[in-house]
Design a protein around this ligand. Structure first.
Ligand code: GUN
Length: 282
């Protein structure tokens, strides 16, 4: 079994991005810039946003974090997005989800200029992903593909099974695997005989948000197992959607949690912001 090390792979990629940032700055006299907006005090979101901010500084981006109170109105949030859309220091805009219930998520995402939609959640970005001509790749699925690439794991012709059909991970993940010529099956909470399907997977991507849901009997010998989950176990420790200790005995490659997909997601956000900055300079 080989660990798919997202921390190490991220370090390598981020060093490459830092070089590209230096050359961008030399050419254009400014840095790629990312604005992150967080509404409310959700603790998990606060951690994610802090990590995104630190990653921006690590590669030399210009970074703005707008921390807004829970009571922020949708109108106020849309005003801020409009200002950032027009700000040429800012190449990427990200609104950390979830937003409070009185704010409509779709309206907010759609307010972001598609050229700055570095999360790739807007309709324009999703459409481009669907037809295989993306400006920005969705960060978590792109991180999974980058890990497969880094470890020279072939995808073409393989049986890939994705558990989870969210707009953020499952659906775009299926699309990216399909574009690499995998045969893709998407499973979800209504899937019957789930284990029969997962046991056929050469590549198994798990994104359902249930601690240690995938057990050893659900995995084929030699499968590549990628765990996008981020949960707390009964002792309050971080764990994924896969029962790592048992499944690692069967897998050929497996991601740890933490240190697998998490850092890669942020690395792909950096990549998208760099792409947005380069596109803006064209
Ligand atoms: N909340 C959970 N994951 C994400 C993500 O990838 N982007 C944003 N903006 N919010 C999230």
């Amino acid at each position: 079994m080989t660990l798919l090390d997202g921390k190490l792979t991220s370090k390598k990629l981020r060093a490459r991005f830092a070089e590209q940032v230096r050359s961008y700055e030399e050419t254009y006299g400014k840095k790629p810039g990312l604005a992150v907006i967080l509404v409310g005090e959700d603790p998990a979101s606060q951690t994610y946003v802090k990590n995104k901010e630190l990653a921006c500084l690590e590669v030399g981006f210009y970074s703005e974090v707008h921390r807004l109170p829970e009571s922020t109105t949708q109108e106020e949030l849309l005003e801020l997005i409009a200002k950032l859309n027009a700000d040429d220091k800012i190449h990427g805009i990200l609104v950390q989800l979830p937003v409070p219930r009185h704010i409509d998520e779709v309206t907010v995402i759609e307010a972001i200029d598609p050229k700055k939609d570095v999360d790739a959640f807007g309709y324009a970005s999703v459409g481009r992903i669907m037809v295989g001509n993306p400006d920005f790749l969705p960060c978590t699925p792109a991180g999974v593909m980058a890990l497969l690439d880094e470890y020279d794991i072939p995808v073409e012709g393989k049986n890939a099974v994705v558990i989870g059909r969210s707009n953020i991970v499952g659906k775009p993940q299926a699309m990216l695997l399909l574009h690499k010529n995998a045969t893709v099956t998407v499973c979800h909470s209504k899937t019957q005989n789930l284990a029969d399907i997962t046991r056929e997977a050469d590549i198994l991507v798990v994104a359902i948000g249930r601690a240690k849901f995938v057990t050893q009997d659900m995995v084929k010998d030699g499968a590549v197992v990628i765990d996008v989950g981020m949960n707390r176990d009964e002792n309050g420790r971080l764990c994924g959607d896969v029962d790592f200790d048992a499944v690692k005995e069967k897998a050929s490659f497996i991601t740890p949690v933490p240190g697998g997909c998490g850092p890669m997601t942020i690395t792909m956000l950096l990549q998208n912001t760099l792409t947005a900055a380069k596109n803006a300079a064209k």
